[in-house]
Design a binder for this molecule. Structure first.
Ligand SMILES: [Zn+2]
Length: 238
């Protein structure tokens, strides 16, 4: 008689379960480790904010001639993908290297703002904002990076939306545009005064449009300055 309780049968079943367990764990690991780069590469003569010094990345030594390669990088800290620290536009004396590391990593929260010239505090946005998260605003304007319009015609954030970020203790707001505002930079000042960091010039944010759940890892250099270039990465969870 075929017995379901026979030793062999149970052993096979356990092995089978172990294989299922293992492949589930591997799949989970793989998806946890899917990373999306949201940063622009830093290159010689890349676009800079109007009025900023040109960015230079020059090779100063050559392996064939000198036995080593070396480069010199000269740039404003606000070129390419970077994080504005509190000192950038407030009287704060907190340098970016003094902020807690926890402020640069957190649950990601994407707001879809394509077509909005002024990004308002809509009920959809209010309900989508997760407290203490890192908010990304997708405007689609990132594809203009390098064009004149990028710095001239970018959308701006309304004060009401900035206030809701502060109320929800958002760690950082990430933008696919050069600034959340224009002169006299009231939104910059308000956000930075309320401990909301501002990450500007993100790239490739459209890759997150179909992603359900992700974290943001956005570490600045450990540089004793107001702000810093950053390698901003989304870690896909679902
Ligand atoms: Zn900046």
């Amino acid at each position: 008689m075929m017995g379901y309780t026979s030793g062999t049968h149970i052993t096979i079943e356990r092995k089978y379960l172990t294989i299922i367990d293992l492949s589930y764990t591997i799949m989970k690991e793989l998806s946890i480790h899917t990373l999306i780069d949201l940063s622009h590469p830093l290159i010689d003569h890349m676009p800079v904010y109007p009025g900023d010094e040109p960015t230079r990345l020059e090779k100063t030594n050559d392996f064939a001639l000198d036995g080593f390669n070396n480069f010199r990088f000269t740039s404003s800290l606000h070129t390419g993908t970077h994080i504005d620290g509190p000192m950038h536009m407030t009287e704060s004396d907190s340098f970016i290297d003094e902020l807690p590391l926890e402020q640069f990593i957190g649950t990601g929260c994407l707001l879809y703002a394509v077509g909005m010239k002024v990004i308002l505090c809509t009920p959809e946005f209010t309900s989508a904002i997760v407290p203490e998260s890192i908010v990304l605003i997708y405007t689609g304007f990132g594809k203009q990076f390098g064009n004149e319009e990028y710095y001239r015609d970018h959308p701006v954030i309304s004060i009401e939306l900035a206030q809701s970020f502060a109320q929800q203790r958002i760690k950082m707001v990430c933008l696919d545009m050069p600034s959340p505002d224009r002169h006299p930079y009231d939104i910059h000042t308000y956000l930075l005064k309320n401990s909301v960091l501002i990450a500007e010039n993100l790239a490739g944010m459209e890759k997150l449009l179909t992603v359900k759940k992700f974290d943001i890892i956005a570490f600045p250099l450990r540089i004793h300055a107001d702000s810093s270039p950053a390698r901003i990465v989304a870690r896909i969870l679902e």
